[in-house]
Design a protein around this ligand. Structure first.
Ligand SMILES: [Mn+2]
Length: 476
């Protein structure tokens, strides 16, 4: 294996080569340890509610779990709290409602690990709680009957919520892989919930994407309406907002193919027009929040009151634009609440935890509530003082170090690129710049046909999932 490729692999994680040249069958190996107990409990009991998070990951996780409950003919309902009106996780009021409905067991998907009070209340009322989640756990853990969480098990792939349920299905039976739709759904959720695309997540995404475009009717409509052109993670992320605008219940039915194609089309067209509206609103908030933003200690911080559902996506846009972690703070139910996106999100919140009433999330995305006695000024001062984990920069390689074969061929095995597995960035000094707008390689030199004049330039470029070079900048 080429030395540069080896270096890149080492930077991204120990032993990831194992997951490069493989197919989805490898996902049946190395189950999450707690999944065996989880399956035993599910088979022994009945009358469940799936308590999901109302985002794409949570809905996908709920759909995946329903395949398991259907297989064993269990009775179940699905419940999504409203993220604009309720806090995250299980609350005692939910439990009271479930008791009225005769529900005996709650299975959380993509949430629950932080619901200590909710789980304690459920226990007191004789309701069993089974937790599946991927968010960072508190210490001590909630007193649930079983907890399936890759972070609790340590040294595991950082699966997203749907990835955790997917692994449980595979522990039950590897034949769930025969339903390519299940793999495709786990793949989309992993991309959209920004799972790191290394280790098993990489296999889920790579193999799942291979089935997505053109093979699933619903996703086909999605691509037609949203303008999704290529099945790359970055493209999928751009259009995933369509799903924010379909009520979770409808989305659940669509994903289960319980709605006709015609109806689906109508719902999607409607959702897409709302998505456009959402995007326009979002862009407006991005602009306003950027205007008010300050860079403090290598973190962008901005206060701009906006509906809750925009905070994360606005933080994400600003983080990408500024290439550093971004915090957006708004107001909710009398509290200053915020979202952070970017490298080391959770680590940064841990550094300021004395100011926070509550916080949680994962390394690339997290949310928080500021205690009532602290102001924005206090918040900024604290961020200023902390020793924030630095932004990880891509290592740069000169073209001289890269045999042409590597560029054209070997790098393909690193794809698909995305969160946690970015496309490598290269520099070239020995570049002849010609006309048009394309790259090609001649006599072992990268030729960029971009500018009219001929000459030597610093060319910064990256590659796409098919190992085609993409120009980032040209400087002389
Ligand atoms: Mn999630």
């Amino acid at each position: 294996m080429n030395q540069v490729l080896k270096e890149i692999l080492k930077e991204r994680g120990d032993g990831i080569e194992k997951y490069l040249y493989t197919n989805e069958n490898i996902l049946c190996e190395e189950p999450l340890e707690a999944s065996l107990k989880f399956l035993k409990l599910v088979k022994a009991r009945d009358n469940f509610t799936i308590f999901a998070h109302d985002d794409f990951d949570g809905v996908s996780a709920a759909v995946l779990l329903s395949f398991l409950l259907d297989k064993y003919n269990k009775h179940y309902t699905v419940f999504f709290p409203d993220r604009d009106k309720e806090t995250y996780g299980i609350l005692p009021k939910h439990i009271d409602k479930f008791i009225d409905q005769g529900i005996k067991n709650i299975i959380t998907v993509d949430n629950g690990i932080k619901s200590i009070a909710g789980v304690e209340y459920a226990n007191k009322k004789g309701i069993n709680v089974l937790i599946t989640d991927h968010h960072v756990p508190p210490n001590p853990l909630p007193p649930a009957d079983v907890i399936v969480n890759p972070v609790v098990e340590k040294n595991r792939t950082t699966f997203v919520g749907a990835g955790v349920v997917f692994k449980i299905l595979l522990k039950d039976s590897c034949s769930f892989l025969n339903n390519k739709y299940i793999l495709a759904l786990a793949s989309l959720a992993t991309i959209i919930d920004r799972g790191d695309l290394i280790y098993e997540n990489r296999v889920i995404v790579k193999q799942g994407l291979a089935y997505i475009i053109g093979t699933n009717r619903v996703l086909d409509i999605w691509s037609q309406i949203s303008g999704l052109k290529s099945p790359y993670p970055s493209e999928i992320l751009k259009t995933s907002g369509v799903f924010y605008n379909i009520s979770t219940y409808i989305l659940y039915k669509i994903l289960r193919n319980e709605i006709s194609l015609k109806e689906t089309e109508k719902i999607f067209i409607n959702a897409f027009s709302k998505f456009k509206q959402f995007n326009e609103e979002r862009n407006k908030f991005v602009e306003l929040a950027t205007e008010r933003s300050r860079v403090v200690n290598n973190v962008v911080v901005s206060f701009y009151p906006m509906p809750n559902r925009y905070l994360g996506t606005v933080a994400s846009s600003i983080s990408k634009k500024m290439n550093m972690p971004a915090i957006i703070i708004g107001k909710n139910l009398g509290y200053l609440t915020g979202e952070i996106r970017g490298q080391d999100s959770l680590e940064i919140l841990k550094c300021i935890k004395d100011l926070l009433k509550d916080f949680g999330g994962h390394p690339m995305a997290a949310g928080f509530t500021i205690k009532k006695n602290y102001t924005l000024e206090d918040f900024l001062k604290t961020i200023q003082k902390i020793n924030c984990p630095g932004n990880q920069k891509n290592k740069s390689y000169s073209l001289k170090e890269l045999p042409i074969k590597l560029l054209n061929d070997d790098f393909k095995i690193l794809a698909p690129f995305g969160e946690g597995n970015p496309a490598p960035v290269f520099f070239s000094k020995e570049t002849i710049v010609k006309k048009d707008n394309d790259f090609y390689i001649e006599n072992k030199k990268l030729i960029c046909k971009t500018v009219c004049l001929e000459g030597c330039f610093w060319i910064k470029y990256t590659i796409d999932d098919e190992a085609n070079p993409i120009l980032i900048s040209i400087d002389n």
